[in-house]
Design a protein. Sequence first.
Length: 131
Amino acid sequence: MVLKLKVIAPDKVVFDSEVDEVLLPSQTGLLGILTNHAPLLTGLNIGVLQVRMQNQMVNLAIDKGFAEVENNEVTVLVGRAELGDQIDLGQAREAKSRAEQLLTTNLAGSELMRAQSDLQRADAQIRAAGG
């Protein structure tokens, strides 16, 4: 028996396939999902969602969201998701550099939180793309 994984962003279904294992960047740490996992609803952090299928790993950079596991189906709802092999590594590195530079300035409140999220997002993209 296999898992059915669906990763949904506001504008499209990013991933929809049968998989062997899912590793989620949950709010409590990396969470592994195999077949026959107990029902679960968890919050997700910005990070890399990893999928093992047919002895290959597929990485997706995701934003914050939620994952539901029930009856060997994993549904992931996130603000944004990108397949690692579709990420422009150069752009992700530039975004990380911009965010790091911005964080050296005197930011506060929502500007600081946005810059931190941008840095996390760029780092996730780099890791998902294999950089």
